[in-house]
Design a binder for this molecule. Structure first.
Ligand SMILES: [Ca+2]
Ligand SMILES: [Ca+2]
Ligand SMILES: [Ca+2]
Ligand SMILES: [Ca+2]
Length: 288
């Protein structure tokens, strides 16, 4: 509208002019409600039955993660055994591991770790998960007495030896925790299942502290089982639970606010209305 253009305003109604006309005429054109800018893309499928009462505490989803060398691409098992009687022996590639208080006159210890088990990659234990249970399965070829699983407090390579660990591993709360997380009964031939839930829960709190276990003997009747290089490598099976909601959205109302497209559309149309109203007022002020 040109600044000097004359404006004529007329009200339309059924016989009388109300204080707040719903329709009026501006320069010969009808304006006012009805909405001069109807939504050109109304939602063709509005939710006919929005959940009025979403469960604020949905049941967590139980998940399982399994780690075994060579299975589903997993390559994170690191293991070897340390021999007092052969203190410089590198057993990194041995296909069997040994734990024995007396073998050829010296103690034998096994060290075993599963790396890269926590994270957001497929197959890993999800961040923020609740560990429900963890089982370590070992394929035993030589039965024997109880063995103990002590969490290691120091890192190791599978090329480490009894010498490189300075007289092997001491469960002294420096090299390994003094109290074992798990102790087996007598070990039979076949699959030995060890409950290692305590270890996994501890490591999850600080994944960088996962150095694995020192598996230590309790008697001269030793135990052998397959290593990561053996036919049936050690297998770690972890059951855990994750919340159904993302970690940063714990309330149903928060989730609704963010995903409510009606609210967003409402903002768009409100903005459009204000914009049109503003233009009209400016034009009118310029010319009246
Ligand atoms: Ca090995
Ligand atoms: Ca030592
Ligand atoms: Ca022995
Ligand atoms: Ca034995």
């Amino acid at each position: 509208m040109a600044p000097d253009q004359e404006v004529s305003i007329g009200f339309l109604g059924e016989g009388s002019v109300s204080d707040e006309p719903s329709v009026f005429e501006l320069n010969g054109q009808l304006v006012g409600t009805p909405d001069p800018n109807p939504d050109p893309n109304p939602d063709p499928n509005p939710d006919p039955d929005p959940d009025p009462d979403p469960d604020p505490n949905p049941d967590p989803t139980a998940m399982q993660a399994t780690f075994e060398q060579g299975v589903n691409g997993y390559r994170g098992t690191v293991d070897t055994f340390l021999q007092e009687a052969s203190p410089n022996a590198d057993n990194s590639n041995a296909d069997s591991l040994n734990i024995d208080a007396n073998d050829d006159g010296g103690e034998v210890q096994t060290i075993l770790r599963f790396e890269s088990i926590f994270g957001d990659q497929s197959g890993q234990i999800a961040q923020g998960a609740e560990i429900i249970s963890a089982e370590l399965e070992l394929d035993v070829s030589n039965p024997g007495s109880n063995i103990e699983f002590h969490r290691l407090l120091q890192d190791f390579d599978d090329t480490d030896t009894y010498s490189s660990f300075d007289n092997g591993i001491q469960a002294d709360d420096i090299e390994a925790v003094s109290t074992p997380d798990a102790v087996t009964g007598s070990v039979a031939t076949g699959v030995l299942s060890v409950d290692v839930t305590d270890s996994l829960q501890t490591w999850q709190e600080s994944p960088d502290s996962n150095f694995g276990w020192a598996i230590l003997p309790t008697s001269n009747n030793g135990v052998d089982f397959d290593s990561a290089e053996g036919n049936n490598p050690p297998r770690l099976i972890v059951e855990y639970a994750v919340d159904n909601l993302p970690n940063n959205l714990t309330q149903g109302s928060e989730l609704r606010d963010i995903t409510d497209t009606n609210t967003l559309e409402g903002f768009n149309s409100l903005d459009s209305d204000l914009s049109n109203l503003g233009n009209s007022e400016i034009n009118d002020a310029n010319t009246i």
